[in-house]
Ligand binder design. Structure first.
Ligand SMILES: *Cc1c(COP(=O)(O)O)cnc(C)c1O
Length: 376
């Protein structure tokens, strides 16, 4: 369910998502699109369908219930739930909806083995904790994991996975290699024991910067949505040309004059030092446009940057359009103000907005993507 009470419009270009996918498909023929959390705000089902059409054989989501939503939309590809089963409904869904879920604990494996006695064979993924210290078996658990599968032949491991913590940091290559070594040991042991598993370790940054972490498939998240995860590092040039796929706009509601010496919005945190023209835009923190952008961010109106003036309100934000009017452009109620994207030369990139917001592009997409979406 998207936010229904506002006038925000999120435009998603499925063509750009397809383009980004193809950039990686040219380097590896098994690229798993990561479409968890509603495809980072771009739409689980729409993005899933576009990726299926591009030839993706596996789609990765977060929780098992998101995997079920994707299955129920008609997806016939393999669906991998990265976060694994949590509750009764999740465990049942492995059979009922044919979901491949990552297992990272022995009690999960035992429960699945018990259910397999009644419901039949089930395939599972294995998640290893090689350094993230979040979820997954530890490398030293591997002998016991192998022993488990030997004694429970109805539970079949088909995938081994682990997640890199520092793949986007050129100064931390040693730590990435350390994770890769631990993962390699686990994969070798499983294969040595006769289990045929697909191995994957790389997220977007690993896919671009760490060839030794490629293994059999790549788990591609943020790069699919058009962001270079290495953009502010010395490795930025290693990434192919990607295209952001999300544009977000809101309507100009009112335009007026702010006289020299007048202040604007709650707390009067901005005072004009000369006469200004101000546009009131219909978006605020209730639409997931963060209040931390007060007096810092910009919007794009008619291809030009308009600085945010004063505090962002629940459903309104004031911006300075004096410079835009000075370009001879009229700004009127009904015009669109772009929070993300919009026409050049003032196009707002995801990295621009995330920088002003003091967060990462992932969070910008997830939050703004909760507004009503339209597909191009
Ligand atoms: C989210 C996620 C990814 C994708 O990461 P990006 O940095 O967006 O490419 C890959 N693997 C796992 C386990 C994840 O949770």
């Amino acid at each position: 369910m998207s936010i229904q009470y506002n006038k925000i419009q999120v435009q998603v270009s499925l063509e750009n998502l397809r383009h980004n996918y193809r950039v990686f498909r040219s380097t590896c023929d098994n690229v798993i699109p990561v479409i968890k959390s509603d495809a980072y705000g771009h739409g689980l089902i729409e993005v899933g369908q576009a990726m299926e059409q591009e030839g993706a054989e596996t789609l990765a989501v977060g929780f098992v219930n998101e995997a079920v939503l994707l299955r129920e939309s008609g997806c016939e590809k393999r669906i991998f739930a990265l976060l694994g089963p949590v509750d009764d409904a999740d465990f049942a869904a492995l059979w009922d909806h044919d979901i491949l879920a990552a297992m990272g604990r022995f009690d999960q494996l035992e429960r699945v083995a018990q259910m397999a006695e009644e419901r039949g064979e089930v395939r599972v993924g294995l998640k290893f904790d090689t350094g993230m210290r979040r979820l997954g078996f530890r490398p030293e658990d591997v002998p016991e994991v192998i022993e488990f599968f030997r004694s429970n032949p109805k539970v079949v491991p088909v995938m081994a996975t682990s997640h890199l913590a520092l793949a986007d940091e050129p100064e931390n290559v040693a730590a990435v290699n350390g994770q890769a070594e631990k993962f390699q040991t686990a994969v070798d042991a499983l294969r040595g024991a006769g289990f045929e598993i697909e191995a994957n370790l790389s997220n977007s940054a690993g896919s671009i910067a760490h060839e030794r972490c490629h293994y059999d498939s790549l788990r591609l998240g943020i790069a699919l949505y058009g962001c270079n995860p290495l953009h502010d590092t010395e490795w930025a040039g290693r990434c192919g040309e990607l295209r952001p796929a999300m544009d977000v706009s809101a309507p100009v509601m009112h335009v007026h004059c702010l006289k020299k010496g007048e202040s604007v919005s709650y707390g009067w945190t901005y005072t004009a030092d000369h006469d200004l023209t101000v546009a009131v835009v219909g978006v605020g923190y209730a639409d997931n446009y963060s209040r931390s952008l007060s007096n810092t961010g910009y919007m794009n109106i008619k291809g030009h940057r308009a600085p945010i003036l004063g505090r962002i309100c629940m459903q309104m934000t004031m911006v300075d359009v004096t410079g835009i009017m000075g370009e001879g452009l009229d700004v009127r109620p009904g015009d669109r103000a772009w929070l993300l994207g919009g026409p050049g030369p003032g196009t707002i990139t995801p990295e621009d907005l995330a920088g002003w917001w003091e967060t990462i592009t992932y969070e910008v997409f997830c939050l703004l993507g909760m507004n009503r979406r339209q597909y191009k």
